[in-house]
Design a protein around this ligand. Structure first.
Ligand SMILES: Nc1ncnc2c1ncn2[C@@H]1O[C@H](COP(=O)(O)OP(=O)(O)OP(=O)(O)O)[C@@H](O)[C@H]1O
Length: 278
């Protein structure tokens, strides 16, 4: 055993004991000094014997924009469910950075540790103004009414302003969320996630039902967010994926069929076959 082998042995992710598991609230930045921010390794999920995920292995790097595609039933939502703690796999590992074992954390702790998920259907509070929706997203456990009654400190107001600008809704800040267009609601929901400053953003079919113009703006937004956040986008719209994609992962029957640039995966005969077969 070399001198370095011993510290390496101690650093192994599968050797993180309970007393080493940091409190996600106190963890601050996730430990990514030794590699990716998100690790899924050999993750298997079965429903009544059917394998929705089949030894899925996937790594997401800090600040990357990853698009996940795959035919219906490939396991994309189930993968998101494992990452966010909604589903516990039968086997495998899921880690946020080096030290947070997602399979030992509750959904709320996973979210507080820095994984935000946007579902396909926007779930904004329609009766509240856009800025109030952002305030509520920042509130966490303080609760809705106490948050709306409280005066915001300068820092929170600045934060809301910067997120409003980021999502392109500066001029709609005082509109009721219910009056926004479908695209604007989607951006507001992304803004609500940003209020919690997640390190990983999971975004499920962000452009479904959008106009072309809204799609372009969504693409620009997601590309801007990458770098500061790791962004994982599940999307069926291939033109949209092509417009934003750097690395694309193709899921099929619960595992990775291909991974690489959009050109490379589209030229892969296995990928062509899977999509033609749909
Ligand atoms: N709760 C469940 N019970 C039984 N089977 C399930 C359950 N959830 C998912 N499945 C099955 O697991 C497989 C993977 O589903 P999943 O929703 O993850 O696929 P997907 O890639 O997200 O599909 P889509 O693109 O249609 O949303 C599908 O065959 C689905 O029917």
């Amino acid at each position: 055993m070399s001198l370095l082998d011993r510290p390496r042995e101690v650093m192994r992710r599968d050797r993180v004991f309970d007393f080493m598991m940091p409190d996600p609230l106190e963890a601050g930045r996730v430990d990514t000094r030794h590699g990716p921010i998100l690790y899924l390794e050999d993750v298997t999920v079965s429903f009544d014997g059917f394998r929705a995920l089949d030894a899925l292995t996937l790594y997401i790097d800090v600040g990357e924009l990853r698009c996940i595609i795959g035919p219906n039933g490939a396991g994309k939502s189930t993968m998101m469910d494992v990452i966010t703690g909604r589903i516990r796999p039968d086997q495998g590992q899921a880690w946020l950075g080096q030290r947070l074992d997602l399979l030992r954390m509750q959904e709320t702790d996973i979210s507080r540790a820095g994984i935000g998920r946007k579902f396909q259907k926007p779930t904004v509070f329609p009766e509240h103004r856009v800025v109030e929706n952002l305030e509520l997203a920042m509130a966490g456990p303080r609760g809705v009414w106490s948050t709306l009654r409280q005066h915001l400190d300068g820092e929170s107001r600045d934060r809301i302003d910067s997120v409003l600008t980021e999502i392109g809704l500066q001029s709609a800040g005082h509109s009721r969320a219910g009056q926004l267009s479908h695209g604007q609601k989607q951006w507001l929901e992304i803004g609500m996630l940003l209020m919690q400053n997640p390190q990983v953003l999971l975004v499920d079919e962000p452009v479904a039902g959008m106009t072309h113009q809204e799609m372009d703006r969504t693409g620009e937004l997601l590309q801007r967010l990458a770098g500061r956040h790791s962004v994982v986008v599940v999307e069926h719209d291939m033109d949209f994926v092509r417009s934003i994609a750097r690395t694309v992962t193709v899921l099929h029957q619960g595992s990775v069929l291909a991974e690489g640039s959009m050109d490379a995966v589209q030229a892969d005969p296995r990928v062509v076959e899977v999509y033609l077969g749909e």
